[in-house]
Design a protein around this ligand. Sequence first.
Ligand code: PLP
Length: 396
Amino acid sequence: MAKYNFDCVIDRHGTAAAKIDRLDAVFGRHDLTPLWIADLDFAVCPQITAALQKRLQHPVLGYSEASDAYWNAIIDWNRHRHGFEIDRSELAFVPGVVKGIAYAVNFFTSRGDTVVIQPPVYTPFRTVVEGNGRKVVENPLVATAEGYEMDLDGLERLIEEHHPRMMVLCNPHNPIGIQWSADDLARLASICRRAGVVVVSDEIHGDLMLEGRPHIPFLSVSDDARAIGVMLGAPSKTFNIPGLVSSWMVVKNPELRKPYYEWLEANEFSAPVLISTIGAEAAYCNGEEWLDQMLEYVQSNIEFVVDYLAANIPELRVVRPQASFLLWLDFRGLGMCQKEIMNLLLDKAHLALNDGTMFGSQGAGFARLNVGTPRCVLHKALDSLKTAIKGCEDEA
Ligand SMILES: Cc1ncc(COP(=O)(O)O)c(C=O)c1O
């Protein structure tokens, strides 16, 4: 068995890494430890780079066709990892999950229509909808003692009042890392089907389940879900290849799928990209060992943060994620407003975390920490945060 080293610090400067190169534009300074954009600071598994290098040895990079091996890799992965069956006819390439959401918004809704999202949630759920002249209607998650849950009664009321055409679901949920239960997903599907609401389920974090929990694909939960669901998946977060822009979509219901896939094809939105398909196939066929070790490392980073905060900064709370490498940090115990929290992180601790309000107004008092980084980087970051908080307390 290969043993991968996730402790190695890799300098990403000069590699067009958005996480670094966008610091100035987003945070107004570049001297920050980047713990924000959701990619990993780990080297990808070597079989992926080997497959890309092998193809690049051939000097012609002409128009290409996705191979059967590529499609089978996606199908086999889903069957093997999630017990989820996909027929080849149900599958299409999409150049990025956010673009997949955008295509669905454009095809299934019209300008002025309403689309439901459940904040706090990944920012593009709102920006894609609003950027296309549709209206967002919010069904906020409800905070509980353990974390958050969906407000399905609220969803029913909201659908009656606003008559949305679509809902964009995050499963598992970013930024909080919740895998929704089969019961909740089935109830959501039944509510939406009754009202003719198409559900776009973004499952980009679905392979990143922690502590051996199962991922529950939306389309696996019920006939209702299969009747109205458009599922988006990708190897990008799973294997740290978002730069290859390789995602896919599944629509089970032929009445939804046929016109939609014809529209995608007519516009060449679903035309596979050579380098994406090569990377994805190599990842799904050879990356499982790397993924399992990476998830163990991420889990130990989560434990590290939880223990560190309990021992050193007990005012901060962590919502323990069930999936992925993002931590929803609760700063409300410090009694600061959002501006003060961000000043503390940026100007005092020199850390770039995502401002919780990026995910919706419900994120006030929170910031999102990406723990997909070597332990020593995380340790140093937490030390800086501790010192910065101590400095503020001393000033007060
Ligand atoms: C829930 C969710 N969807 C989509 C994306 C981005 O996907 P893509 O880069 O394939 O557009 C992210 C990235 O952080 C995400 O967290």
